[in-house]
Unconditional design. Structure first.
Length: 187
């Protein structure tokens, strides 16, 4: 069922280039661009996940501007894009919010540049999520990727996005757009 798909941009826990677990900074571009992409593909909620107080405050201010502030009149399309953008402090709190809303635990899908035992193709997952009644939460990592702890929560892991070169460092907002189109775009 396409009306029970959620996404989350995880800022903690993620790895840095030294494989340390860190919290990354929320960026204005990711808030805006991913909100617009999620609205385009009719994602039920887009969670921005950060436990950092200053990052939560900044993110809340940006969201509130478009939902409750002057942004409503300034750009109605942006206001509409932000209607389903939500701030959460952890992956677990996002899972709990989905459970509260759906009455079922979501199937967690993660993304990675690596192949795992439970890696799934876009075609297979796209078919599954459009017919399955369970809610799905697609997690996107920042920094150098989602931690092992988060990856171990996965029901399935999407295959990596591959171009025609060895270079593989898309911005997360580009990856979200590509992945949602592959899963939910016109066939």
């Amino acid at each position: 069922m396409r009306n029970n798909i959620y996404t989350a941009l995880v800022h903690y826990p993620v790895y840095n280039r030294n494989n340390d677990t860190v919290a990354t900074s929320v960026t204005n571009f990711d808030i805006h661009d991913i909100s617009r992409t999620c609205r385009t593909y009719d994602i039920k909620k887009y969670f921005i996940i950060t436990p950092v107080d200053a990052q939560q405050e900044l993110t809340k201010r940006i969201i509130d501007y478009w939902i409750e502030g002057d942004g409503i009149e300034f750009n109605k399309n942006r206001n509409e894009a932000f209607e389903n953008t939500v701030l959460e402090t952890s992956v677990q709190s996002a899972v709990e919010a989905i459970y509260k809303n759906e009455g079922k635990m979501p199937r967690i899908i993660t993304t990675s540049a690596k192949i795992f035992e439970n890696t799934v193709s876009y075609e297979d997952l796209g078919k599954e999520i459009t017919t399955d009644e369970n809610p799905y939460l697609i997690l996107f990592g920042t920094g150098w990727g989602l931690t092992e702890e988060i990856m171990n929560m996965s029901y399935k892991i999407l295959e990596p996005i591959r171009g025609k070169t060895k270079y593989n460092h898309l911005s997360v907002r580009s990856a979200v757009s590509i992945i949602l189109d592959r899963l939910l775009g016109e066939k």
